[in-house]
Design a protein around this ligand. Sequence first.
Ligand code: NAD
Length: 252
Amino acid sequence: MDDFAGLVAIVTGGASGIGLATANLLSNRGAQVAALDLKLKGLPDSVMGVQTDVSNDDQVKAAVDAVVERFGRLDVVVNNAGIGAVGDVTVNSDDQWARVLDVNVLGMVRVARHSIPHLRRSPAASIVNTSSIVAWAGVEQRVLYSASKGAVYALTLAMAADHVREGIRVNCVAPGSADTPWIDRSLEQAADPVAARAALDAFQPTGRLVSADEVAGAIAYLASPLSSASVGTVLAVDNGMHSLRLRPPDRV
Ligand code: NAD
């Protein structure tokens, strides 16, 4: 497919996991792609790397300007950079709350703020935010992270309403547990990481984690000019985890 031919895309958190898979996929489908990330190690030559902390407004503005200066336009923004947090509501400090919301929510706001003036000039403008299954399903010990991703869900809908009439489509994906370095880091905390991974796989309706490429495919679907009627959509990429109620195997 070359549905992104002639288009320019920014992917935040584009040097790892879901972001890297998305940067590669958009590039393979014809886009000029820039990855905005804290560290750029591992990026292919086909992707422009711009070292950026999305919690720093000056850095975000400079990065967006650099991409537009290099490629002359901006059409697609994938707001994907994010960090995690563990604990119930009694656990995380105010500083942790401020940090996670700053990266996961305000980070997307900053990138959108500086990108929208350029997107307004695109004939195929699209923003895709990475939310999570935890935005719409209660998951234990993830209260801060869930609140941040719930905010991304609401942000997506409000942005979609604000910008649809000027031709900018805004959507989000809601991945379930996805096989990325993020999950590897989380499993490393377990007493038995191999057993924890097997339990996480078994917890999925499909018996396996979502792959980064599968999330990238969903992001590309929403970002593509071929999906021009998809606006304010939340696309689950979660092995059915949110919507299905499977009976135990021994029940009829
Ligand atoms: P990852 O850790 O592999 O990649 C995240 C990337 O974001 C890293 O390259 C990191 O350097 C970058 N990043 C972090 N803070 C940043 C900052 N302040 N500025 C710029 N870049 C920053 O993780 P992933 O699994 O690919 O996660 C990507 C997104 O998907 C995140 O928003 C995450 O919340 C979301 N998500 C992940 C899962 C999962 O199970 N892996 C599930 C649902 C949603």
